[in-house]
Design a protein around this ligand. Structure first.
Ligand code: FBP
Length: 694
């Protein structure tokens, strides 16, 4: 106690010094708000125009041709600077406009700067132009809930994370009724353009709205947003148009800072395996980036596991064994255990394992369940015209419904999407996991991976198998040879007498591994007596006992989930600059009459002076995909390319990062996101690596 006399809270809060200390404004916030991201060179011109960029080719889907006929012929547009245009151009470019902006889907750092870029460019072109922000995502468009964005509001959010300015939501404008209401909103606000900042599904929505709103004279422009990094656009020849959605860099850096800290902690305290699930609904881009940023001991990449080949199984079978292709949960737990056991053998019974959130999508049996449930739920909703989850609120109700389906398929002998075998397999998995797999789909019909405790499922299996390996004497902690000798000598025992009796690699190992048959007190005594280094009457020497105890592993884990925290982080400089320029690009597309285009920046991996703002036609990017049990026209998600330099490098460094050998781990310290300092050249490592071959 300080012995100070008590002062009441109200009096304390009136003191200037206290006010300063507890203020919600700090130096970092001030610096962020003041920062003016540099503009790409084209935007230093008073005007910008569009120029068709030839040399790109797309495989256009027939369905897209039919359903997006008004925008299917759009092409890639390069933004060019215009210094002294004709009066007609000037007038058109600078006319008064009303522009509406909506965030759609999960937050991604940098969204506020997209708005700031649009706001600055629109006001510079015509100070009377008005910018509206739709509240709470697409619902704001449907229900005409909008606020006019003023300079004060925009300035307060510059370079700050989150979507706090206007919030976001996941509603999809996917029915004629919602489209009609959205058109009415645009009319009521006299909008010239609607900007949809979202992921693959939201940009898909943008294309359909562009088609619908063409006759209303409302332009619709998309902006590629998602921390998942799965909007990457290439043309049919593989030429990169958009290498990375915004927000990815910040989220990956935020996750990496946390995972990096855990690497340091685990290598200090040497008693835990930290299991870090990182976001990314399906694609493992974030996990791959975290691996490169931290060099964690093991990082699973979903796309890689889907490609898994069980060589041993293939060699053993006479004919083709289809079970050898792809990976099952059981098999995955074996792969993880292998790494854990190998590290333990060199005295490292600790480490960091990174698991991508969407991993289950790539596991054979789980993928089958997910697809089956998507179909069953969608079928139920369609035929009964009510929601499956409302109809069956409890897990037991859902299971009963499934049992009914299996029964019917058995009794009627007809093909059914759910049969007795599915029922038996599903019965065998833990309840919390059953609940997770049957969880409500999001508004786009997507499975909500973030709601499933993937890490718990996998680590449950890992623990079970480690127990078996321990009982078999295969999971042991290696004892340093020097330590062993020192301990026995200090107790007056001869290390060379006990060594060959205790250890299976006495002749050559620098880390000594207890013989497999020694796995308990009883078996230790049995072996010592059998080899005549201990008589029946003697106690096991304390030093020998100590060495044995140290060789017995305890597998202790700490589970972590990194997702929402990184999504809410303040953007890196890279994301600040990228998004501000995306905003400027959006305005340029609008001012030049474009619609059905997605704003993007080419050459992100190159020095800033070579960044090239472009418009990408959305309609040609569409393909057919299963959504909510039926095929839909959507933008294709970009998964981790197993032939990419980034993945190839991670694969080649796996052994090094596992560090199952004597010596320190190879951890890398990514450090927290810094805003100060000249770090705008800092960019995703996957982006930098993938640019190398090209
Ligand atoms: P977007 O695709 O909308 O950007 O969202 C990505 C994401 O952050 C995923 O990584 C995660 O699986 C999901 O959103 C979580 O969704 P929710 O916010 O609904 O829990």
């Amino acid at each position: 106690m300080t012995g100070q006399s008590h002062v009441d809270g109200k009096t304390l809060l009136k003191k200037k010094a206290v006010e300063r200390i507890v203020s919600s404004t700090n130096a970092e916030l001030v610096a962020r708000r003041r920062f003016c991201p540099p503009k790409c060179r084209v935007f230093t011109h008073p005007y910008t125009g569009l120029e068709k960029e030839g040399g790109y080719r797309f495989h256009i889907h027939e369905e897209a041709k039919k359903r997006l006929s008004k925008i299917i012929d759009n092409s890639v547009q390069r933004i060019r600077g215009v210094r002294d245009p004709e009066a007609k151009f000037r007038e058109k470019y600078g006319r008064r406009r009303n522009i509406g902006i909506v965030f759609s889907g999960g937050p991604a750092p940098g969204g506020h700067n997209v708005i700031a870029g649009i706001f600055d460019a629109a006001k510079a072109a015509n100070p009377d132009s008005r910018i509206f922000g739709f509240l709470l995502g697409p619902d704001g468009v449907i229900e005409n809930e909008a606020m006019e964005l003023t300079a004060d509001v925009v300035d307060a959010h510059r370079n700050l994370g989150g979507f706090t300015m206007i919030k976001t939501g996941r509603t999809k404008i996917d029915t004629q009724e919602k489209v009609t209401l959205s058109r009415k909103t645009c009319k009521d606000l006299s909008l010239d353009a609607l900007v949809i900042v979202g992921g693959d599904d939201s940009n898909t929505n943008a294309a359909f709205l562009a088609q619908e709103m063409m006759e209303d004279g409302v332009q619709v422009i998309g902006v590629p947003k998602t921390i998942d990094g799965d909007i990457q656009v290439r043309d049919a020849n593989g030429k990169v148009l958009c290498a990375m959605s915004f927000g990815f860099h910040t989220a990956a850096r935020a996750f990496a800072a946390e995972v990096g800290n855990l690497c340091t902690d685990s290598a200090s305290d040497v008693k835990y395996w930290h299991v870090c699930k990182v976001m990314g609904r399906v694609a493992s881009h974030l996990a791959l980036e975290v691996a490169l940023q931290t060099h964690a001991n093991m990082t699973l990449i979903g796309e890689d596991l889907a490609d898994y080949l069980d060589e041993e199984r293939l060699v053993k079978s006479d004919s083709v064994d289809y079970n050898a292709y792809g990976i099952t949960l059981r098999h995955l737990s074996r792969v993880i255990c292998d790494g854990i056991v190998r590290r333990a053998a060199v005295g490292k019974n600790y480490g960091v394992l990174v698991i991508p959130e969407g991993l289950l999508e790539f596991i054979n049996e789980i993928q089958v369940f997910i697809i089956k449930f998507n179909t069953i739920i969608a079928d139920y909703n369609r035929t009964h015209d009510k929601d499956f989850h409302n109809a069956f609120p409890l897990l037991e109700d859902k299971l009963e419904y499934l049992r009914g389906l299996a029964r019917r398929s058995r009794e009627e002998g007809t093909f059914s999407v759910w049969n007795s075998r599915d029922d038996d397999l599903f019965d065998a998995i833990p309840e919390f996991f059953q609940e997770g797999l049957l969880i409500e789909r999001d508004s786009h019909g997507n499975f909500q991976f973030s709601q499933v405790e993937t890490e718990k499922v996998i680590m449950g299996l890992v623990k079970d198998y480690l127990k078996i390996l321990k009982e078999r004497g295969e999971y042991k902690i290696g004892i340093g040879r020097r330590y062993y000798r020192k301990t026995l000598k200090a107790a007056g025992l001869d290390p060379d007498r006990f060594g060959p009796v205790l250890f299976r690699n006495w002749e050559d190992g620098s880390f000594l591994l207890m013989k497999k048959e020694i796995f308990s007190q009883k078996t230790l005594r049995r072996v010592l007596e059998k080899e005549k280094v201990l008589s029946k009457k003697e106690e096991i020497p304390k030093a020998v006992q100590k060495i044995f105890d140290k060789s017995v592993p305890k597998f202790k884990t700490q589970l972590h989930f990194y997702g929402y925290d990184g999504r809410g982080a303040d953007p890196t400089r890279f994301d600040c600059i990228y998004t501000y320029n995306l905003g400027l690009t959006v305005f340029s597309l609008i001012a030049n009459g474009a619609t059905g285009q997605m704003a993007a920046i080419k050459n992100l991996e190159q020095p800033f002076s070579r960044w090239e703002p472009i418009g990408i036609p959305i309609a040609p990017l569409m393909h057919m995909e299963e959504r909510g049990g039926k095929l839909s026209l959507v933008i294709e998600k970009s998964l981790v390319d197993l032939n990419s330099p980034a993945f190839t490098v991670v694969k080649a460094l796996r052994e090094k990062w596992l560090a199952a050998e004597e010596g320190p781990d190879d951890f890398r310290r990514p450090a927290p996101i810094r805003f100060s300092g000249k770090t705008e050249e800092d960019r995703p490592l996957t982006l930098a690596l993938n640019a190398i071959s090209s």
